[in-house]
Design a protein around this ligand. Structure first.
Ligand code: F6P
Length: 324
């Protein structure tokens, strides 16, 4: 293998730049030519591909976002789109790929490698931490700390006004951010897609808490079955039917996707990037380079995509016990 390429796809995550840097520099260290593909699969289709040098990735390890940009490609879902992408890779002589992203990115990578036999290794880049085959995903720790800082601030004003706040954090299918910032931020309740919490349960808990506390924080993962924080707040208000209670909503949104990556995300991104390139050189393909118990582990894309990564049961118990 002489030429490889790296791209980022799907939602960006802090630490992706550290990962790109590691792929480029590990490749060059091992005498490979390394290319960067802009805008994920869209850039692959359009031939938006450029050669990378050691200096192309200078001064980015500490930056959020992704210098290679990101996109969600509709065209790549079609056979014609993938054919165009493959033609571009062939034109540039690219013999191996590193795909940085989440399960959508890996689904695309898996199809590409199966249809055209091009070796691909993934690096887990998403703030959601919902990828099987790695203890943590690149970007999760930074997003968690961003959410936590925001919760601390909301708590000050919630306490000052004796208010009940519903704080919405990201996590379309996953409650990792919600649960962990709920524990760290001392939330009274956490609502996540993985476990059902009915409006009746929320009302019961809030009424109970009111006996000992004047303010409460409910953290809601955006993918909760009962809806987003605003919707849940309206349902609770209706059910609780008490005009003396003061409810507010704060939606943290994309603030969680940006910012300088934490040390953990920089190290994780760098480690996975190096492991992906070395995996390609060893002939591995169709798998993700993740870190499990402080060791590099290569997990088949199929497992990364289809297997669940359940929330820690003890974490849910912690919230219940600590919120009394
Ligand atoms: O990166 C994952 C994620 O943050 C989800 O939690 C969220 O639902 C989604 O991305 C939103 O992404 P976008 O704004 O790019 O559509």
């Amino acid at each position: 293998m002489k030429k490889i390429a790296v791209f980022t796809s799907g939602g960006d995550a802090p630490g992706m730049n550290a990962c790109i840097r590691a792929v480029v520099r590990t490749g060059i260290y091992h005498n490979l030519d390394v290319y960067g593909i802009m805008y994920g699969y869209d850039g692959m289709i359009n031939g938006d591909i450029k050669k990378m040098y050691t200096h192309s990735v200078s001064n980015i390890v500490q930056r959020g976002g992704t210098i290679l940009k990101s996109a969600r490609s509709e065209e790549f879902r079609t056979k014609e789109g993938r054919q165009k992408a493959y033609e571009q890779l062939k034109k540039h002589g690219i013999e191996g790929l590193v795909a940085i992203g989440g399960d959508g990115t890996f689904t695309g990578a898996q199809i590409l490698s199966k249809e055209f036999g091009i070796p691909v290794i993934g690096c887990p880049g998403t703030i959601d931490n919902d990828i099987y085959g790695t203890d943590f995903t690149i970007g999760f720790d930074t997003a968690l700390n961003t959410a936590l800082e925001a919760i601390d601030k909301v708590r000050d004003t919630a306490a000052a006004h004796d208010r009940i706040f519903f704080i919405e954090v990201m996590g379309r299918d996953s409650g990792y951010i919600a649960v962990e910032c709920g524990i760290g931020g001392g939330a009274e309740l956490v609502m996540v897609p993985e476990t059902k919490t009915s409006i009746k349960d929320v009302v019961k808990s809030l009424k109970g808490l009111r006996k000992t506390k004047t303010s409460s924080i409910v953290v809601v993962a955006e993918g909760d079955e009962e809806g987003g924080a605003a919707e849940i707040m309206e349902k609770v208000k209706k059910e609780i039917n008490n005009d003396e209670l003061d409810f507010k909503v704060t939606t943290l949104g994309h603030i969680q996707r940006g910012g300088n990556p934490t040390a953990k995300d920089r190290i994780l991104g760098s480690w996975c990037g190096m492991a992906a390139v070395e995996g390609l050189m060893q002939g591995k393909t169709n798998c993700m380079a993740g870190i499990v118990h402080e060791e590099v582990v290569y997990t088949d894309f199929n497992d990364c995509i289809t297997k669940d990564k359940p929330l820690k049961k003890d974490y849910l118990k912690l919230i219940e016990i600590l919120s009394i």
